[in-house]
Design a protein around this ligand. Structure first.
Ligand code: UDP
Ligand code: MG
Length: 136
């Protein structure tokens, strides 16, 4: 049985700044994802706060929102069977030091905060996050 899903992926400022956009997109494409929609944008601090509001009680929330709004990002809708789980696997653990060999965060992540990519963590959040960036 197929389980075609869409998930929201972001190439974060640290990776865009290091010109890793195409390399990271190739990681997705080589793993069978189709990039259905994409755009390059820069969020305001307020928009980043809205996007990451699930983390508003965390000690790292303010720094996280400063960082996500610090430069251009690439937001993408990725499509594939089991896209949500498979993207999380391909990204690797939040902390690049703890992520497995071959994952995007292991290859490109700098630190637990500058970890190069975001990916939705559930079907429900994928829908919310896709709407956040692509609803018109
Ligand atoms: N983050 C951070 N410090 C932490 C944990 C997370 O700066 O101790 C940042 C990091 O950029 C991470 C984001 O907050 O990607 C969202 O955290 P989450 O736990 O949702 O990790 P993710 O789903 O991105 O793996
Ligand atoms: Mg998360």
């Amino acid at each position: 049985m197929s389980n075609l899903e869409k998930t929201l992926s972001i190439i974060k400022p640290d990776a865009v700044e290091r010109k890793l956009e195409n390399e990271i997109k190739n990681c997705f494409i080589n793993s069978g994802f189709v990039i259905e929609k994409e755009k390059k944008i820069q969020l305001s601090k307020e928009e980043a706060e809205d996007f990451y509001k699930v983390h508003q009680t965390k000690p790292f929330y303010n720094d996280l929102c400063e960082y996500l709004s610090s430069g251009p990002i690439i937001v993408m809708i990725l499509k594939k069977d089991n896209a949500i789980t498979d993207n999380r696997k391909l990204m690797g653990a939040t902390d690049p030091k703890k992520s497995e060999e071959g994952t995007i965060r292991k290859k490109y992540g700098i630190s637990i905060d500058k970890n190069s990519v975001h990916g939705s963590d559930s079907l429900e959040n994928a829908k919310i996050e896709i709407d956040f960036f692509f609803k018109n």
